[in-house]
Ligand binder design. Structure first.
Ligand code: ADP
Ligand code: ASP
Ligand code: MG
Length: 362
């Protein structure tokens, strides 16, 4: 019997009508004699809403408590979908991340999956149940709930594909595959039938939210193809897989969720202090890009979602610096070998780089 993983994102499960569409899809695939493991995200914009509610109580909530709060979004979806499937006459069971055996490290809000104890899922599959797993979450060695970072349900799905040695993993969303640019912004963007793991990794790292970057890393590491499809159409789809060389621009990505931090001092900044600042950022799990030091200034990029945390950390630890924040929009051009082969970027300037950053909007 084939085992397949089906992951449904927030827009696909946003309300009861959509949950019914999802349930029908699952039941059709179950009828083809498959073992079905479903991974779900929180409904619609629920995660954003929960973050907003927490920030109304505290500007910088504790990360452990945020994990406890945000994990509930996915649990609600899993329980609702399981209730619906059972009502439609198909035995289903909803599991939280920890019930599904997903063990992570202790880094709250961006935990990594260390192992998956598949026993419980396998037992339920043997009973011919549809297993509905709450995505984006796990449990750490302290028995605390952790979350995998924004968009992390994709990573739950691909990690389960590997752990269960599943035959296929479908990531269903509101778009029918991976496009040459965000199809909701660029209407002439083209859908790709296939994209390599390396290219997809670059697309995800550059900030296209269509797939979580860590799910691509897992797919690549274990050579498990991932299929991106639409929940609402049978057409289309993109396979993310190993590819031999190609040289063309595959995708253009606009990332507006970055912030530049500038730390300025009246006198020259010592190397030891630079090192201390960098270490402090890393120890606080702040993802830092392009860390640069000049005589009296340090500049680096962070994710916008970490801006409050960074501001508080820097102000408390380094009161003798003036700290400025600037919005950044990054535009990246992704494609295997495009640095070596300028013909790929016919309409771009001669010195176009593989990843190009601009500080202005377009
Ligand atoms: P889900 O809620 O199902 O996880 P996401 O919102 O995370 O879905 O990802 C799907 C969205 O990704 C699309 O609605 C689209 O706007 C956006 N997107 C950005 N870049 C791309 C791209 N290159 N191809 C397809 N979709 C993209
Ligand atoms: N609900 C989480 C988020 O919005 C995880 C996910 O959707 O994959 O980031
Ligand atoms: Mg997503």
């Amino acid at each position: 019997m084939n085992t397949i993983i089906l992951k449904f994102g927030g827009t696909s499960v946003a309300d009861n009508i959509k949950l019914n569409v999802v349930a029908k899809k699952i039941i059709d695939l179950k009828k083809e004699a498959n073992n079905i493991v479903v991974v779900v995200s929180a409904q619609g914009k629920r995660t954003n809403q929960l973050i907003k509610e927490a920030q109304e109580l505290s500007a910088i909530p504790q990360e452990r408590e945020m994990d406890m709060l945000l994990a509930t979004g996915e649990q609600v979806t899993a329980a609702k979908l399981s209730i619906l499937l059972n009502r439609k006459g198909h035995q289903a069971i909803a599991l939280t991340g920890w019930q599904a055996g997903i063990v992570t490290n202790t880094i709250h809000t961006s935990a990594k999956i260390e192992k998956i104890n598949t026993k419980r899922i396998e037992e339920e599959l043997k009973k011919e149940k549809i297993v509905v797993v709450a995505g984006f979450q796990g449990v750490n060695e302290n028995a605390d709930i952790t979350t995998l970072g924004r968009g992390g349900s994709d990573t739950t799905a691909v990690a389960l594909q590997v752990a269960l040695k599943a035959d296929k993993c479908y990531i269903f969303s509101d778009v029918d595959g991976i496009y040459s640019a965000d199809p909701n912004m660029i209407t002439v963007a083209k859908r790709l039938d296939e994209i390599s793991f390396n290219e997809m990794q670059e697309v995800a790292d550059a900030g296209a939210k269509v797939l979580h970057n860590r799910c691509i890393q897992i797919g690549k590491k274990f050579n498990c193809d991932i299929i991106a499809k639409s929940t609402f159409s049978e057409e289309g789809g993109t396979k993310i897989c190993q590819q031999i060389e190609t040289a063309e621009v595959k995708s253009i990505v606009k990332n507006e969720k970055l912030e530049v931090i500038q730390m300025e001092k009246k006198e020259n900044i010592q190397e030891t202090q630079t090192y201390d600042i960098y270490q402090n950022l890393l120890q606080n799990n702040i993802i830092v890009e392009t860390f640069q030091k000049e005589e009296k200034q340090i500049q680096f990029r962070i994710k916008k979602e970490q801006q409050n945390k960074v501001q508080e950390l820097l102000e408390s630890k380094y009161p003798d610096y003036e700290i400025k924040q600037k919005e950044l929009v990054k535009l990246s051009i992704v494609g295997y070998g495009i640095i070596q082969d300028a013909r790929c970027i016919k309409s771009s300037s001669r010195n176009t780089k593989k990843t190009q950053n601009r500080n202005n909007r377009y």
